[in-house]
Structures are given as structure tokens and as C-alpha cells.
Design a protein. Structure first.
Length: 349
């Protein structure tokens, strides 16, 4: 009997085949983890100090719980945006994914990463940011490639974000600039999410927002609030995490306030016979989305409609240019700056 016809041989080899397929992914994840840790270590800060393991070795119960919870969040971040990247690549289209949300979240992750590196916080408290940041950059490029607008403008935006993030993290720019950028980033997050809460309140509905994704995001943020208060003393980081947690908590509360009370439709006899394969795919995709939401809990734009993000960014642009024009108003030789800053969509043309 041929090997291909022997069910026992094939059944025995299936686990080995799965291991061979998964081993490159596991190895890549492990290497990325090690490189991220080594990149933030220096001669004056050994690897154990970067991870905050010296305090853990002293058997502090709070730190042990904090490190354990951090592992779950960071593990979810390795899934992160990769499902979206694969979906866009396979479909050849980024329909349904907001360009504005991708690049806004990329800038947010870059600023957050640089601020934590400059501050010297333990890597376990922000390692998911270091994982999500390159994933968002990749998602932006893949989406541009799929929709056919990958040109000089997108590459300029990509390089600008990468160079600015590296400059802040390496201390090339003054530390005060990085602190100011993080403060502006935290305020912009509030400006983006609050309109969504207002829209839900006026419409008495949460729209297309997923309850499972919101719950997982709430769980990830709750974990980060705990780990931040246990391991980080910086008031800005603590305040940002608490504010983000409150925003997601209000979104979650709206699910219970505006839940759909209409009766479910009756099932037909044909639909109750055998489940379709599509339903199994949707269940598996929901599991992936739930894991991704835990690791991507810092990405608040995932919970906001595209129009809300666009309006919020336009508001931030107009207010910032007005403030800068008011600041430079005493210099008559300078041009009017109210409309001089380019829109983000200009890079996609």
C-alpha cells in the first residue's frame, strides 16, 4: 500500500507538518522579541533592568502579576494588524479600511514608542507598541499598493514618520519636543473618540461597532492601566492610560444602554440542518479579531468611524494652524499659515 493511501502514516505525520509550518512563525516572533529588548538596552541599562526583571526576582506579587498580564497583551500584539495586512493583500483592495485611521494610528504608536524609550520605562509595559508600530507601517504600504496610490507621497509620509520616531527615540531632538508630542498625541486621542460617543448618544445606537472587539479592547486597556500604575511612575503615562480606559468604558457602557431589544427572527428548517463552512470561518475570524483587539488595545481609532476620524483630524489641523498663525502674527513678513499645512489625503494623490 502506498504511503499516501495509509491513513495511519498520514495521521502520524500531520502534527510534524504543522510544527514545521508554525516553527518559522514562532522563531520569527521570538527573534523580534529579543531584538526589541536588545534595541532598548545599553551599557548603562542591562537587559534585566530594561525588562524590569530585577524587581520581579525580588518576588513582588504585584510585579509578578503585572509581568504575567503584560505577556498576554504583548502576545496578542503579534497578531495585531497582521490579519488586516493579509486580508488586504489577498483581496487586492483596502476597501473598508480608513487611510486616515491607519496613518493617524501609526503616528500615535511612533510617538508613544519614542516617549517610552526616552523615559526609560520597562519594556514589558509598552512592548506591544514596538510590535504594532512596524505592523501599522506595513499596513499603510500594503493598503496603498492594493488601492493603487502607492507613490512618492506615501513613501515620503512613511519615511517622515520613521525618521521622526527614530530621532525622538534616540534623543536626537530635545526631550521637551518628545514630551510635547506625546501630550498632543494624548489630546488628539480624546478629540477623536469623544465625537463617536456623542454620535452614539444622539442616534441611541453603537452602529457597526463590535461588542466582542470592544470587550477585548477594554480588557487590554484594563491590563495596561494596572501594569502602568505598578511599574511606571510617570504621571503623563498614567493619565493617558486612565483617560483611554474611561473612553472605552463609556463605549462599552453604550452597548448596554442602547442594546437592540428587537426579537430575533425565527430560524427556518433548512438553515438549522447543517452549519455552513462560512459560519465556521466567521467564528475563527472572530477569535482572531478578539486576540488582535487585546494586543491592539492602544489603537483607539479602530473603534471610531472613518468620517469621525477625518473630521477630528481636520479640526486639529485648523486649530493648530490658527494658533501658529496667531503666534507668528506679529511678523508681517511671514505668509498666512491658516491654509498652508497640507491635508493628509494630499499624500495619497
Amino acid at each position: 500500500m502506498a504511503w499516501s493511501q495509509c491513513p495511519r502514516s498520514r495521521a502520524a505525520m500531520l502534527p510534524h507538518c504543522r510544527r514545521r509550518r508554525c516553527s518559522p512563525l514562532i522563531s520569527a516572533a521570538a527573534v523580534s522579541w529579543i531584538l526589541a529588548a536588545c534595541a532598548t538596552a545599553s551599557k548603562d541599562a542591562p537587559l534585566a533592568a530594561v525588562w524590569g526583571l530585577q524587581e520581579v526576582l525580588e518576588c513582588s506579587p504585584e510585579l509578578l502579576l503585572s509581568k504575567f498580564l503584560s505577556l498576554g497583551v504583548v502576545a496578542g500584539s503579534f497578531v495585531g494588524k497582521l490579519p488586516q495586512v493579509l486580508d488586504v493583500w489577498r483581496a487586492g483592495s483596502a476597501e473598508g479600511i480608513s487611510r486616515m485611521s491607519i496613518w493617524t494610528e501609526t503616528v500615535s504608536m511612533g510617538v508613544t514608542l519614542a516617549y517610552n524609550v526616552v523615559l526609560g520605562t520597562p519594556l514589558s509595559t509598552y512592548a506591544e507598541v514596538a510590535v504594532l508600530y512596524p505592523q501599522l507601517l506595513l499596513l499603510g504600504l500594503v493598503a496603498a499598493k492594493a488601492d493603487g496610490y502607492l507613490g512618492a507621497g506615501v513613501w515620503f509620509l512613511f519615511c517622515s514618520i520613521s525618521v521622526c520616531t527614530a530621532a525622538m527615540a534616540l534623543g536626537v531632538v530635545p526631550r521637551a519636543f518628545t514630551v510635547a508630542a506625546y501630550a498632543a498625541n494624548a489630546i488628539s486621542g480624546v478629540i477623536i473618540v469623544l465625537p463617536q460617543l456623542s454620535i452614539n448618544y444622539r442616534s441611541k445606537s453603537t452602529g457597526q461597532l463590535s461588542f466582542v472587539v470592544t470587550c477585548m479592547t477594554f480588557g487590554g486597556l484594563s491590563t495596561r492601566v494596572f501594569t502602568t500604575f505598578v511599574e511606571v511612575q510617570d504621571i503623563a503615562l498614567r493619565t493617558t492610560m486612565v483617560v483611554n480606559w474611561l473612553l472605552v468604558s463609556m463605549l462599552l457602557l453604550q452597548f448596554f444602554l442602547y442594546r437592540d431589544t428587537r426579537p430575533l427572527p425565527t430560524k427556518s428548517f433548512a438553515s438549522s440542518e447543517t452549519p455552513k463552512s462560512g459560519s465556521l470561518r466567521r467564528e475563527s475570524s472572530m477569535v482572531v479579531r478578539a486576540i488582535s483587539a487585546v494586543g491592539s488595545s492602544r489603537c483607539l481609532t479602530d473603534m471610531v468611524d472613518e468620517e469621525v476620524v477625518s473630521d477630528a483630524m481636520h479640526l486639529i489641523k485648523s486649530k493648530s494652524t490658527q494658533s501658529f498663525s496667531r503666534f507668528t502674527g506679529s511678523f508681517s513678513t511671514l505668509p498666512v499659515l491658516s491654509n498652508s499645512l497640507p491635508e493628509l489625503n494630499d499624500y495619497f494623490n
